[in-house]
Design a protein around this ligand. Structure first.
Ligand SMILES: Cc1cc2nc3c(=O)[nH]c(=O)nc-3n(C[C@H](O)[C@H](O)[C@H](O)COP(=O)(O)OP(=O)(O)OC[C@H]3O[C@@H](n4cnc5c(N)ncnc54)[C@H](O)[C@@H]3O)c2cc1C
Length: 420
């Protein structure tokens, strides 16, 4: 019997697995991939980590842990060289290497094993996988995300119609192609950067339903939203306000990195006004993909203006979808949801990240993600990963194994002000 089974080994459950090491708890983590991987189809050499590297698996709750990014740099003989670098940001590729290094040291991770079912029994959860049946007192779901592909595109998915998650798994566009890129978020912008750096294309149509490229707000005060102190304040709000705040503050998480937007503007400017070549690059805002059909060796796309509903049909050779991601939802997840207490159509998740159930459960089911509204934007990225997992460890152990609630916020509230 395990104390904990973690399903999915992305960065979120990997951090939990690392923080479990000193606890002595019996745990098992499983993942359906053959080995640790982190958005490998988008591991562009110039893609940067969008948070501080101190937001690694462990450092923000246990800076002395041997699973820190700094220890990875030290162990791989590059700490001094790293310190001497002048560019601040760490590449996603290097952080992927760090994650893989952490995964290699944890003997209770099992890859190539897919979870098929999680059922509550009298004294434990029964976890059925493609390889075995396991019993656990608690289960932590870290199922992550998968590509969000518009229905009209599905029948034509393949070598020349694909989601950005597969970008590096496909042959790159050849010189002279007409490419449609759909989506103006971070991943669409990263692909645009690749396309502009590649062989000369006849046409790049880049469409976004937004009315501009929206940069991510990454200023120091905005980053206060991504702290435990703010998380506690957020949690104390009624659900309706949390829902509203997530919408209002979404560009602190969902926007495009400011450096990248400026670089893209420069490159498109150079092509359009300075270089004599026919540039063929168009950023079309307030537009979405309405339809796609095979047209000889290529495709005909229908684009629709989100303001006027007017449509245009355009021939292209390749369609790249930067249309975002949705949570992985295996069938057993829906069965777990049947157990949930619901508030305003969302499952109620406690502040220790466990599901509030309508029936008595043998232990707790914790959620690593899918709580964007309930727990806020701070849970959709790496910012609070160590904090969240320290909270989960404390909850499972029933004591404060990791001290978590120490740092005060830089933002004070009126209630904290003493009257004269
Ligand atoms: C391209 C990209 C770049 C990002 N960069 C950053 C960044 O720089 N900074 C930041 O803070 N955030 C970033 N994010 C956001 C977020 O941090 C990542 O999406 C992160 O990977 C989330 O980790 P996760 O563990 O929840 O999920 P995932 O990384 O998606 O991992 C989930 C794992 O669960 C497995 N799984 C699913 N179902 C089952 C099952 N039934 N049985 C077994 N295994 C299963 C999956 O195969 C997968 O390996 C990025 C997101 C994307 C898409």
């Amino acid at each position: 019997m395990y104390d904990v089974i973690g399903i999915g080994i992305g960065p979120f459950n990997l951090s939990l697995a690392a923080l479990m090491k000193p606890t002595g708890l019996r745990c098992l983590f499983i993942d359906d991939k053959p080995r640790f991987s982190w958005h490998a189809g988008m591991a562009f050499s110039n893609a940067k980590l969008q948070v501080s590297h101190v937001k690694d698996c462990v450092s923000l709750v246990d800076p002395t842990s041997s699973f820190s990014f700094l220890n990875f740099l030290h162990r791989s003989g590059r700490l001094h060289a790293f310190v001497n670098r002048r560019s601040g940001a760490v590449s996603r590729k290097e952080f992927f290497q760090y994650f893989a290094w952490v995964a290699d040291q944890l003997p209770y991770l099992r890859f190539g094993q897919k979870a098929l079912d999680v059922r509550p029994e009298i004294s434990h959860f029964r976890v059925t996988t493609t390889e075995a049946e396991h019993q656990a007192r608690n289960v932590v779901l870290g199922l992550g995300i998968c590509p969000d592909v518009p229905d009209c595109v599905r029948p034509l998915l393949g070598e020349r119609v694909y989601h950005v998650a597969d970008y590096l798994n496909r042959a790159p566009p050849a010189a002279g192609e007409r490419v449609l890129l759909v989506g103006g978020g971070q991943s669409g912008s990263e692909v645009m950067e690749q396309l502009l750096a590649g062989p000369p294309l006849k046409q790049i149509l880049w469409v976004t339903p937004r009315d501009n490229l929206e940069p991510r707000d990454d200023c120091a005060f905005t980053n206060e939203y991504y702290t435990p102190a703010y998380f506690r304040h957020f949690q104390a709000q009624p659900l309706s306000r949390r829902r509203e705040w997530v919408q209002v503050k979404r560009l602190s998480s969902d926007g495009v990195s400011l450096d990248l937007t400026n670089q893209l503007f420069d490159k498109i400017y150079e092509r359009r006004f300075v270089d004599s070549e026919n540039n063929g690059v168009r950023l079309i805002v307030s537009a979405c993909l309405e339809g796609l059909r095979q047209n000889g060796a290529g495709f005909e796309v229908t684009l629709k203006c989100t303001e006027t509903a007017a449509t245009r049909r355009v021939p292209v050779d390749r369609v790249i979808l930067a249309t975002g991601f949705v949570p992985h939802t295996p069938p057993f997840f829906d069965r777990i949801m049947q157990l949930a207490c619901i508030e305003d159509s969302l499952p109620r998740i406690r502040s220790d990240y466990s599901l509030e159930s309508r029936i008595a459960l043998p232990g707790k089911i914790y959620f690593q993600n899918r709580t964007r509204i309930q727990h806020g934007l701070q849970n959709a990225n790496l910012s609070l990963v160590a904090y969240r997992n320290a909270t989960i460890v404390n909850s499972i152990m029933g004591k404060e194994f990791y001290p978590v609630d120490m740092d005060p916020s830089m933002l004070s509230r009126l209630a904290e002000l003493e009257e004269e």
